[in-house]
Design a protein around this ligand. Structure first.
Ligand code: GUN
Length: 294
């Protein structure tokens, strides 16, 4: 009987991180500071609406203030930029998140660049992306890659020197993930749609991060025995038994080869929101400590 991989439980890890955030929020509140997170949703993408609802609920659950702005899909870009300027100036707001994707008439980069880098809890502003790219540790780190790193550290206390392969090069996950792993001392290969033989690259990985947005892309034969596999995918598919959610990894096959693997659901997903709360706490601390006492 083949051995089966250790399950990396993102739900448990997210609960303990969220609990730690809530304790620190309580301490800040004793000093008269209540961290505030503004979430902006433009349009009516159903998946985004679910994520935003969950972000609002969890923000309030840790004792932070939540400010949610739901705008119609035909909102002019200028109106969205005006709202961001108002949120940047609002002393009660320490974190700002604009849910992606945005409607096609809005330029994503113009919107992300308008958010004050200190309040950019997504870590998508070019200043924060740049800091991560040059190995500086004083920027905001995007939530999903940060969650993946925390889960990896649970099973691999030392990352330095390991060979990491990242499948998918989005600005939200793949690129920042590759930079984080590089900063941890890994040798990193970042693969994308033009990569000639992704499976061959994957087979060299001690650490395999999959954020391709393609259901069950990674097969058992792609995984080196003993590798640690982090599955970022959340794909809604229909099977003969009805609709279900699967990752970017063929879990049953991969868990025969891997040393440890994240499940979907219950792996990376819960960590993303926990890290968003952690980033908001961090932003509240940074912004408050910068304010002069007089
Ligand atoms: N859409 C999908 N993932 C994310 C995320 O982490 N942040 C934002 N703002 N939008 C997203």
């Amino acid at each position: 009987m083949p051995e089966s991989a250790t399950l990396i439980n993102g739900s448990t890890e997210a609960k303990s991180l969220t609990h730690a955030v809530a304790e620190n929020v309580a301490l800040l509140r004793q000093q008269g500071i209540t961290p505030g997170l503004a979430v902006v949703l433009v349009g009516d993408d159903p998946a985004s609406a679910i994520y935003v609802r969950s972000k609002v609920r969890k923000t309030e659950a840790v004792g932070m203030r939540s400010f949610c702005h739901r705008l119609p899909s035909n909102t002019p870009q200028a109106a969205l930029l005006d709202l961001i300027a108002t949120l940047n100036d609002d002393k009660d707001i320490h974190g700002i998140l604009v849910q992606l994707p945005l409607p096609p008439h809005i330029q994503r980069d113009a919107v992300l660049d308008a958010i004050s880098p200190e309040k950019d809890v997504d870590g998508f502003h070019v200043v924060n992306a740049g800091k991560l790219a040059i190995g500086r540790t004083d920027g905001m780190i995007p939530c999903t890659p940060l969650g993946c790193l925390i889960l990896l550290r649970r099973v691999l206390p030392v990352l330095s020197g390991l060979h990491a392969v990242v499948i998918g090069c989005s600005n939200i996950v793949g690129r920042p993930m590759a930079r984080l792993l590089l900063n941890e001392g890994c040798t990193v290969v970042l693969t994308h749609l033009q990569t000639r033989d992704v499976a061959a690259e994957a087979r060299r990985a001690d650490i395999l991060i999959v954020a391709a947005g393609h259901p069950r892309l990674v097969r058992g034969s792609w995984v080196k025995p003993g590798a640690v596999v982090i599955d970022v995918g959340i794909n809604r598919i229909t099977t003969p038994t009805g609709p279900t959610i699967v990752g970017d990894v063929a879990f049953d096959e991969v868990s025969v080869h891997a040393r440890a693997v994240t499940p979907v659901p219950g792996g990376v997903g819960p960590m993303t929101i926990a890290c968003l709360l952690q980033n908001t706490l961090e932003a509240a601390r940074n912004i408050t400590h910068k304010v002069s006492p007089i």
